[in-house]
Every structure is written in C-alpha cells, then in structure tokens.
Write a protein of this length. Structure first.
Length: 381
C-alpha cells in the first residue's frame, strides 16, 4: 500500500495503520527546529537552504522545502507570508532598550544569549474587571493579519499532497499568564477566579473572531488545526483538575467547536508536561491528536498512554528532547525511535516528531538519525 503524505497523516489521526508511520518537522510552531540547530543541520546536509524565522521569541525556523523533502516530511504549516505569528508577534514595536512591545501590550526582552522572555506583563498588579473594558485589545479584524494565507493554502492543497496544518491563536491559559504575570495569575486562580475568567473571556473573544476569519479564508483547504495552551509542569498540573474543568475546559470547548463547525479539520492539541490526569477531558472536548507527548514528564509513559487512550486519541511527537536528542548518540536516538514506534505506532495513531522544537544543542547527526530510523522502523507490514 502506497499512500500520499496527506492520506498517511489522516489515517494516523484516525488511528489506522497505513504504509508507514508519518513524520513531522516544521508542521507546527512546536514541532520545528531552532535557528542554530537548523543552521548546523543544513551545513551537515550540504544544502543551500533559506532561513525563515516563524516564531521569533523562541527563535524557531520554518524549514526550507529542500530540508523537508530530504527527510520526506509529511506535513506543511500554513503561515502568513511575513512569518508573523498572529497573536504574539503581529505588528511588534522595537523599544529604545532593544526589547519588543507586542500587540497585546506585553514587553519581551532578550539576553545576549538565549531566547526572549517576558519583561513586563501589562495587567500585573492591582487591576479590576472594569479595567479590562478600557484596555487596548488587539484588532482581530485587521485584514493584514490574514494576508496571503488563502493563496498559500490553496496552492499547497492543489499543488501538493502534504497534510496542511493551520495555526490557531494562542488560547486562554498561556496568554492570560503572559498578560497578568505568573504570580498574580496563580493568586487569581486561587482567590479571584472571577477576574481571571473575565480576562480569559476577553482573550477568547478575540481568538474566536480571528479563528472565524481564518477559516473563512482557508477552512476548506486545511487538514489539521494546531492549538497550543500549556497546563502543566514537568512534575504535575499547574492547577487542579477541578479548576481546569470549571474555568478552562468550557473555553477550550468553544475553540474546538469553532474549528469543527467551520472546517473538516482534525484538532492537534499541544500541551507540555504531566497532563495524564486531563487526558479524558481532552478527548471529551474533541482533541484528535495530543502533542508533544513529553515522555520525560511525570506520568507520561507512552505505554500507559497508548493502553489507556490509544483507541480514542492519536499521539504526535514522543521523541525525547530532554536527554536523548541533545545528549545521546545517533544509536541512542535510533533505539528511542524504534521504541516509540513499537509502542505508539502499534495499530496506527502515531505521527513521529521530536518532543517540542529541536533545540540548539542537538547535533545534526542525531536529527538525521531520528528521521532515518523512522524510515527504517516505521513501515507497517
């Protein structure tokens, strides 16, 4: 059986076997590669490739087509031609000290080494619900926000056979943390949930308006939609399952409902960390595939995940970026890929990728080993 790239990915999302386990690099903001690792990789491969930063604060690259074709990647990301990220780096303003002010009013700074960090949260401190009404929120109807997306999506759909992935704006948890500041945010969760819900609803309203405009433009072309909202640390959830179900889950449900109402796309939900206690909740509200499957986090054993949820959920990621990819040998990477394909790929339902973006300290030999091993061990008999 020989399938197109799109068919291969969609069969995996539907938890069916195909000809081989599909692979992803650069299909989403969280399954790509950082700048230095990318430059090392294209040098190692001796490819003359372009460099396009699509997520500036994390220095993440959208790989050149030459790289994607070299590894026979099954996915392609749909982004604006400018490479601007809709909700974080749209119309940024450089400040005199070299930091950036984004459209939400968040100020991002950058040390000499390392990525951007939040330097100032504009809604930190003594802020009331009434203050949210006069805050200068982003304009979801700015037509420049959607420039080139329809043309790009149509060209990819009609001219290629790749699985096309649209990026949904960052939802309510992470962005409300950025705006409020982490300390005040956690205090709100415990003692002032009404304010937190009002803040989340302001974000949600903008997200849903952007989402609707997005799907009006490209809904008939996309195969999958990537939604990212972090809820956990390496050791545990950031807050109780009850808080998730009362405050966050109904808002996530509205996002997933919008996606499935305005398109036929499947939902990839990205959430780092130890999220095992919420897996059934994700399935209940319409998640089709979980990313990144952070195997180094507490309770995220892939065997347990596959046994408990593999009949209802697909898994996207799973190749360890905590220790194996940065610190292991190419043979270690090869064995990790073999292991995860045997576990997560059994019966279908697995799209192989690194756990989150490949970082600067990953040697190009290990990246090559990952995709070569996927080809070697990923065939279904």
């Amino acid at each position: 059986m020989s399938l197109t790239h799109r068919e291969r990915v969609l069969r995996a999302i539907e938890r069916r076997e195909s000809d081989r386990v599909p692979v992803d690099l650069g299909g989403t903001y969280a399954t790509s590669i950082s700048l230095r690792a990318y430059e090392n990789l294209i040098g190692h491969l001796r490819l003359e490739a372009t460099t396009n930063i699509v997520r500036k604060w994390a220095n993440v690259v959208q790989p050149d087509e030459k790289v994607l074709r070299h590894f026979d990647i099954d996915t392609r990301m749909i982004v604006s031609r400018s490479g601007a990220e809709w909700n974080e780096w749209w119309k940024v303003k450089r400040l005199p000290d070299g930091s950036f002010l984004d459209e939400w009013g968040i100020i991002w700074g950058k040390p000499d080494t390392g990525n951007y960090f939040i330097k100032k949260s504009p809604l930190a401190g003594d802020v009331a619900i009434k203050d949210l009404e006069t805050y200068p929120w982003p304009n979801p109807d700015d037509p420049e926000r959607y420039y080139g997306l329809k043309e790009q999506a149509r060209a990819l759909k009609e001219g290629t056979d790749y699985a096309l992935i649209a990026m949904f704006p960052r939802p309510v948890v992470s962005l409300s943390q950025f705006l409020r500041g982490y300390e005040d945010w956690f205090l709100d969760m415990a003692a002032n949930p009404g304010f937190l819900e009002a803040l989340m609803d302001k974000i949600l309203d903008i997200d849903l308006k952007v989402g609707k405009r997005l799907f009006e433009a490209i809904g008939k072309y996309v195969d999958l939609v990537f939604v990212h909202d972090d809820l956990a640390t390496q050791e545990s959830l950031m807050f109780s399952p009850e808080h998730y179900r009362e405050i966050v889950k109904p808002r996530h449900q509205k996002i997933f409902n919008l996606i499935k109402t305005h398109s036929d796309a499947k939902v990839i939900y990205h959430c780092d960390g130890a999220i095992f206690p919420l897996m059934n909740d994700f399935i209940e509200i319409g998640v089709d595939a979980l990313n990144p499957v952070q195997v180094s986090a507490e309770g995220m054993d892939t065997g347990a995940l596959k046994r408990e949820f593999g009949d209802r959920l697909s898994f996207w990621g799973g190749i360890d970026t905590h220790q194996v990819l940065p610190d292991g040998s190419p043979e270690d990477v090869r064995e990790e890929v073999k292991k995860q394909i045997e576990i997560l790929g059994k019966g279908g339902g697995y799209i192989l990728a690194a756990v989150h973006n490949i970082q600067d300290d990953v040697k190009p030999e290990n990246i090559v080993a990952m995709f070569e091993a996927a080809k070697e061990f990923g065939n279904y008999d």
